[in-house]
Every structure is written in C-alpha cells, then in structure tokens.
Design a protein around this ligand. Structure first.
Ligand code: PBG
Length: 324
C-alpha cells in the first residue's frame, strides 16, 4: 500500500514526534575527550591546525578533565609529550613520565573520571615511529611488544582505568594482557585500536604530539585504507588476544567498517573522530561555510548510528554543552 496512504512525512511533522521515533541517541555519556599533556609546560600552547585544542600542563589537564566530568563526559584519553625523546622511547615507561604523572593527578582530583591512556611509542621516540627501528629501517614487531607491555604496566600502576594500544604491532593486545595479568593488574581493561588505518587525517595530531616520523611512513604497520575484510580480521585478532573494547580509526571515512565490525563481533566498539576530521570541520566553520553546532552534532550522531558505542572526539566538550 504505497503513496498516498503511506506518508513518511507524518512522523517528521513536529519535534516531539521526531524525538519519539529517533533511532539513535547521542549523549555526553557516549563521549571521550582526548587531551595532549606536555612535560615542563606551564601554560596552554594552542595547536595551530586544531583550533580550540591546546597542549596542556598537568594542572590544565586536571582542569580540563574536571570540566569534562562536569559536562557529563565520563572519560578522557591521554597523550603525552615527553621532555626528551630517544631511540627506544623510554619516556613511555618512565613511572614519573608525563602520562603517568597526569594520570595520577587527574585520578586524584577527579576520581570518577575514566582515564584512558594511549599506549604507543611514537610520541617518545626520536625517529617518531611506533616501535623499535632495526638498522635496516624496519620497525621490529616483537622487540616493540616488550616495551609496550612495560609501558602498559607503568600506566596501569599510575592509575589508568583503561589501556589503549594504538601502535598496530601484531600481538600487542596479547602481550599487554599477559603483562598486566602477571603484575596483578588483571582488572584493567584494554581498548584496542584494532582497525587503525595509515590515514592522511592524522596530520594535525602529529603537529600536536610532535610525532611525525622522521623518515618513511606508517604503512608497514597501520592498515591500508582500501581494506575492509582485513579490518574485521584485525578486530577478531584483538578480541582473541583479550581486547575488551575494539576501535575503528578514523571514524567518518570508515563508517562502513564501524557497522561491519559491530555486526560481525558485537563487541563494545569505539570510533575515533580524528584530528584531521576535526580540522576540516573547524576550517569550514572558520570560513563561515558550515554551521558548527549542526555539523558537529550530525557527524557524531552518524558515527553512533553506524554502530559506535563510544565516540572519541576533540568536539566532545562543545558537543556536551550543546546536548545539555
Ligand atoms: C599514536 C596515535 C596517533 C593518533 C592516535 N594515536 C597518530 C598516528 O598514528 O600517527 C591519531 C589521532 C588523531 O589524529 O586525532 N600512534
């Protein structure tokens, strides 16, 4: 019985009716706010390509985490910029390292905030790669696992509520799980950056975290943007190794994979609305070409509709304000 009996517009007539039949919700409780904490910084340092995002001192990170909590955002994701870098990235597993210090400070000031620590070596290595580089220039997978495991233990001991490996080494989730378990940290969950693509959309982040590779690129460890079946396999591997939550990253160009991995694994799923996605939208807004509030809420809602339970976004605080 098609038109004229069937008229989908009937249910779009008023705000209240639209609300009753809305399929997807977006609330501050779905959001994670990422932050860049820098060692030895005593002021905010704006990130040029990410208007509204600053590199923070620990004290500012504590303020931001509190503000996020007040807005109903349950979690923050921490990235550290160390005082100095070396070949191995030893700042990553320093118990007095920047992420460890920031984690302790945030948990003390705002114990209910879920602190997720990004686990990777690229912010800490002088060459900017996510692992140990062999003399022939190849990133050494298995040698990197030990360093990641050590870093995860250090982060969890500092009070991290969730450990999020973003390095894309094979076997890292398993290595981190075993190390945490052996150290009596068996209750700390792992959020695997399972399908993390070698994306052009990380550019602004690398400015913020000072983590651009000094040579080559990340295509020998991060995924080829053309591959979807492989993304599902990567998610399955992380789940088999003990991941509690899986992630798709970036988000907006990869909505099909958010849906696919959700349907095929039914695991809790996070999507990372990355720095380049943020920068594009902000640039258009700055030019007066997009309505920021409408565009941000639409983008984040659509990431949820695709199947993400958790949306990690630099827009999180603005979105939470608008959603209140
Ligand atoms: C570290 C890491 C990156 C991002 C998150 N963790 C950068 C990269 O892999 O080069 C990107 C986040 C963003 O662009 O917002 N490996």
């Amino acid at each position: 019985m098609p038109f004229p009996q069937i008229r989908p517009r009937r249910l779009r007539a008023t705000h209240a009716l639209r609300g009753l039949v809305r399929e997807t919700s977006l609330t501050p409780a779905d959001l994670v706010y990422p932050m860049f904490v820098a060692h030895g910084l005593d002021r905010r340092e704006p990130v040029e390509a990410m208007p509204g995002v600053d590199r923070l001192s620990i004290a500012h990170a504590v303020d931001e985490a509190r503000e996020a909590a007040d807005l109903g955002i349950p979690a923050v994701l921490l990235f550290g910029i160390p005082a100095s870098k070396d070949d191995e990235g030893s700042g990553a597993w320093d118990d007095e390292g920047i992420v460890q210090l920031a984690t302790r400070a945030i948990k003390e000031a705002s114990p209910e905030t879920v602190v997720i620590t990004d686990l990777c070596l690229c912010e800490y290595t002088s060459h900017g790669h996510c692992g140990v580089v062999r003399p022939d220039g190849v990133v050494d997978n298995d040698a990197t696992l030990e360093l990641l495991a050590q870093t995860a233990v250090s982060q969890a001991r500092a009070g991290a509520d969730v450990i999020a490996p973003s390095d894309m080494m094979d076997g890292r989730v398993g290595a981190v799980r075993s190390a945490l378990d052996e150290e009596g940290l068996g209750e700390t969950p792992i959020l695997g950056y399972s399908a993390k693509f070698a994306s052009a959309f990380y550019g602004p982040f690398r400015e913020a975290a000072d983590s651009t590779p000094a040579f080559g690129d990340r295509r020998s460890y991060q995924m080829d943007p053309a591959n979807g079946a492989e993304a599902v396999r990567e998610a399955r591997l992380d789940i088999d190794e003990g991941a509690d939550i899986v992630m798709v990253k970036p988000a907006l160009p990869y909505l099909d994979l958010i849906r696919r991995i959700k349907d095929e694994t039914s695991m809790p799923l996070a999507a990372y609305n990355v720095s380049g996605e943020y920068a594009m939208l902000k640039a258009a807004v700055a030019n007066g070409w997009l309505d920021e509030r409408a565009a941000v809420l639409e983008a984040l809602t659509c990431i949820r509709r695709a199947g993400a339970d958790i949306v990690i976004s630099y827009h999180a605080k603005d979105a939470a304000r608008w959603l209140r």
